[in-house]
Write a protein that binds this ligand. Structure first.
Ligand code: ADP
Length: 289
């Protein structure tokens, strides 16, 4: 009797690719909710909001990942005093994020790119696309209640690639300021999310009103409330307003999350109010069945 040597149904490369896809699918199912923090333009406080939301959620005993994917200006490392940090390693699921505290892990382009001056050379064309994919899909987050993604501002190619590659169950949180011109950009962001089929979880109005450094009271300024009106008009949830607080600039420069530095303040109250409906997306682990 002769035995024919049977050709394997799949090549080694195909098997490796399948294996990678399975690992990837498994990693992504371990992330319960992803919130893409978007803004129509830069400078509205998107990164500040992303960092403080992530820290506040982690302080509420949720497992949180913070992904800084703002390729041209990663600011999360500075806001958390993690400049110079490097990822602890890479395993078969991908890059291991930097641990900030018991409930918060952080990943930033800055943790893998050593020479910042090569930025323009490194992030070009297909390589940029591949790097973005790696940052979305090949990070070993473990079990997360929330992945908070600090995306690049605007509605151009980069946020587009990122949102197209976003994990399942991703929703957008749009950060804006109250001025009319910013609200025009929010409408653009809403159209952008619609075209991608990404649900908008809600809108945050940052720099709305002013916390007086002398008396601690919040004063409403002429322009406040535009984000709320827009949310009402468009039917999206208004998550809340964050006042202009001069101490927020100081804590940001010092790399300390405001909500941890000033737990009793109108600004932290504003963040706490905003995270209410977000926490409802994922009840505390002990209470789950
Ligand atoms: P973006 O990510 O949208 O470009 P940043 O988060 O980098 O914006 O914020 C831009 C600047 O505004 C930073 O100096 C930050 O400290 C400041 N900032 C953001 N939000 C507030 C706020 N509510 N009160 C005072 N300063 C703020």
């Amino acid at each position: 009797m002769t035995y024919e040597k049977r050709k394997p149904a799949l090549s080694k490369e195909e098997i490796d690719e399948l294996r990678d896809d399975l690992i990837l699918a498994d990693s992504l199912t371990r992330i319960e909710n992803t919130l893409m923090i978007l803004s129509g333009k830069g400078g509205v406080g998107k990164s500040t909001v992303a960092v403080n939301l992530a820290t506040a959620l982690a302080a509420s005993d949720r497992e949180v990942g913070l992904l800084d994917i703002d390729i041209h200006g990663p600011s999360v490392p500075m806001l958390l005093k993690l400049e110079g940090a490097q990822i602890p390693g890479v395993n078969e699921r991908g890059m291991v994020p930097v641990r900030y505290n018991d409930h918060l892990k952080v990943m930033s382009m800055e943790f893998v790119v050593k020479d910042q001056t090569h930025e323009a050379v490194i992030w070009r064309g297909p390589m940029k696309h591949r790097m973005i994919r790696q940052f979305i899909a090949e990070v070993d987050w473990g079990d997360l209640d929330f992945l908070i993604v600090d995306a690049p501002p605007g509605t151009g190619d980069e946020p587009l690639s990122i949102c197209q590659m976003a994990p399942p169950r991703s929703q957008a949180v749009i950060v804006t300021t109250p001025q009319k011109v910013a609200l025009k950009d929010v409408r653009k962001s809403i159209r952008f999310c619609k075209s991608l089929g990404m649900p908008v979880f809600g809108i945050i109005e940052n720099m709305s009103g002013f916390v007086c450094p002398e008396c601690g009271a919040t004063h409403q300024l002429f322009d406040s409330g535009g984000g709320e009106r827009l949310a009402l008009e468009t039917g999206f949830r208004f998550l809340g307003r964050i006042p202009i607080d001069p101490r927020l600039v100081v804590t940001s420069d010092e790399g300390k999350p405001f909500v941890l530095e000033y737990p009793s303040s109108p600004t932290t109250d504003a963040f706490d109010k905003i995270i209410g409906p977000i926490l409802d997306l994922s009840p505390p682990r002990l209470k789950r069945h």
